[in-house]
Design a protein around this ligand. Sequence first.
Ligand SMILES: C[S@@+](CC[C@H](N)C(=O)[O-])C[C@H]1O[C@@H](n2cnc3c(N)ncnc32)[C@H](O)[C@@H]1O
Length: 301
Amino acid sequence: MKPMIDIVLTSCAESEVGDTAKQSDSDRRISSLADVGCDHGMLGISLATTSWVTQQQYIKLDEDKENTSHNDNNNRSKSISNGISFFPPTRIFGTDLSSMALENGGLVSLKKINEAMMPLSRFDNDLPIVFHVGDGLKPLQKGEADAIILAGMGIMTMMDILKDDVDRVHAKRIFVQPTNSRPQHLIMLYEKLQQSSEWMLRDETISYLGGRWYINAYFERYSGDADENSFRFPGHFLIHSDTEEAIDAYNSYVKHHLRWLKEDFERPKCVLEDEDKRWLEYIQSAEENAQWKVLSSWYSQ
Ligand SMILES: C[S@@+](CC[C@H](N)C(=O)[O-])C[C@H]1O[C@@H](n2cnc3c(N)ncnc32)[C@H](O)[C@@H]1O
């Protein structure tokens, strides 16, 4: 099962995939990232640690390769671990409404990690993370976040945070993990982002933890022809996942929500929400799993 950090780092892979082949690597690259609503800052600290360790590796590589220039940022920022080149963000921000969360969490951890890591450092620097107290994206300066993470909050809070400042901070990638992964909620969020073809769904992962499903997704700014950017339903990438584990988890998620919706539907005077109806129609039309058609046959359009 994959946590949020996995989809973030995977999205930083160098190789071009699928429908963004038109965009160059440098257009897609993210060098700064803000975890908004970071609470104790653990995700941001993990990302900053990955970035820090990667930078140490580059310096080691530079030292090992006499003919590699120390000033060649391109070579420095390319990790060759596992044969995959990726560009982890080199500036991380953690923001939260709660000063207590940051004071008792992120800042304490950061101080301890910096103290522990300093003797290992090949250059004199701390983890590349800064914490700010404040509402949504407001604590960030203009152009300061190529990517935004919104995790562990409801879709209404997410949409509220995204409504004003996304352009001001120059975000080109948005990662989301809503607390409630009910299809109806996901469709509302995906609709909001994909409307006007502004953002395009680029990848999803699914995790089942403590009796709940968590869906991580990320969207990228779409700069192509609006007609080509048709709405992608929640689960678009999970249906076609290349791992059995994800396909099985998504299958269980779908079956769970079909059962749940059926129970709702059978209650007297129940009226399904439009998003629930859209999801049911989508699931019925999915050719990947014939069972879903049978399990949703109680609903007809
Ligand atoms: C349940 S925690 C999730 C923490 C972390 N992102 C995670 O996924 O584990 C939600 C956090 O979002 C913060 N939050 C809620 N609304 C916010 C807003 N408008 N701006 C910044 N932080 C916010 C809360 O203070 C809280 O720390």
